[in-house]
Design a protein around this ligand. Structure first.
Ligand code: FAQ
Length: 315
């Protein structure tokens, strides 16, 4: 006798409550699948669009060493996008569909990548702050309830922590340099601090997706909890190399954590709605690259079909 929806939902929630991973062929509620498709594809798009602000600086890196490291880092981000698209495809949506939703503006990517990178210090700020924020979020997501997403996160976190350190190294080097280099580092922190805090999403009270995502353990911790963890880790790092976060209200409390000032949520929603400084540029660039890569995709498919035919003949 087949199970009723209520029974299936109950069994599903029991698995989640008992920390048993949900795998692609398992039964899952439609809304669980939809929420995962949305979050995982947005996460994948963020990794890929996130290559653009840094890609802009490969040809202008100040040394061969810096160029090699930046190239490797950006290549890693492409890999993260690929793991995440593959993991998201296990939910029954094709890669082409994900890209189409991105191009039509139906899928989002992280707000942070709509800010421009003006000079080399911004490479330091992105690695240190943006990858630093991404890690805090992704370490938590290693325990997400969907198996393929959790496993992708484990690998991504290992690489992301190297990225964070390379960014901090750039900032530390600049702070040990000339007055002008120190000013550039401080200016980069001033511009990227608040957008990095916005990466964690709206306050918990305004986070429409959180309650179901937490019940289903897609998200393991709230936006504000993760944001606070990032703030408490990062302010001492800034101070250690002589930088100051651009928040006049930031105060160290007796328990070792920081009280901070208000985030400009109007700016956040404006960027999320497509009106940030680089939204149009980022999406146009992605569309152009996708169109230019059409012949490569076609050639790959033609090659794999040819290989398949050869196998059939050989057998
Ligand atoms: N930007 O209800 P919530 C990286 C949207 S990876 C744009 O709180 P949720 C690596 C949200 O989609 C960075 N939109 O939503 C790297 C929702 O809209 P919707 C990416 C945002 O999903 C480094 C609405 O606001 N990481 O950086 C943002 O429960 C360097 C309401 O929000 C991930 O994607 C935002 N910041 O929580 C690469 C991690 N925040 O869809 C290159 C996985 C919120 O209903 C270089 N994602 N929104 O229309 C998550 O953990 C969650 O999706 C959150 C948002 C925490 C981002």
């Amino acid at each position: 006798m087949s199970n009723t929806i209520e029974e299936l939902e109950k069994q599903f929630q029991e698995k989640i409550d008992n920390e048993i991973k949900i795998e692609p062929k398992d039964w899952m509620p439609d809304d669980y699948r939809k929420n995962l498709i949305r979050q995982m594809s947005q996460h994948a798009h963020s990794e890929v669009i996130g290559m653009q602000p840094e890609g802009n600086w490969i040809t202008r890196a100040p040394s061969l060493r810096a160029k090699k490291i930046l190239l490797a880092k950006i290549q890693d981000e492409a890999g993260h996008g690929l793991y995440l698209y593959s993991a998201a495809e296990t939910l029954g949506v094709s890669r082409d569909q994900f890209i189409q939703w991105l191009h039509e503006g139906k899928a989002k990517y992280s707000s942070i990548f709509n800010y421009p990178t003006l000079n080399w210090a911004d490479m330091g700020a992105i690695g240190w702050l943006v990858d630093g924020a991404a890690i805090v979020n992704q370490v938590s997501l290693q325990k997400t309830s969907y198996g393929p997403y959790a496993r992708a996160m484990v690998r991504i976190c290992k690489e992301e922590s190297f990225h964070q350190r390379q960014g901090f190294e750039i900032m530390a080097k600049m702070m040990a340099g000339t007055k002008e280099q120190q000013q550039m580092a401080q200016d980069a922190l001033n511009r990227f601090w608040w957008p990095s805090l916005m990466m964690f999403g709206p306050h918990d009270s305004d986070s429409s997706r959180s309650s179901l995502a937490l019940k289903w353990k897609i998200k393991r911790e709230t936006n504000d909890t993760l944001r606070k963890r990032f703030i408490d880790k990062t302010i001492p790092q800034a101070e250690f190399i002589g930088l100051k976060v651009p928040d006049p209200d930031a105060v160290l409390q007796p328990d070792g954590s920081y009280k901070t000032g208000p985030i400009d949520w109007d700016e956040f929603w404006n960027v999320v709605k497509g009106n940030g400084p680089c939204n149009k540029q980022r999406l146009d660039h992605h569309k152009r690259a996708h169109d230019n890569g059409k012949w490569v995709r076609e050639a790959c498919i033609a090659f794999s079909e040819k290989q398949d035919k050869r196998k059939v003949i050989a057998n």
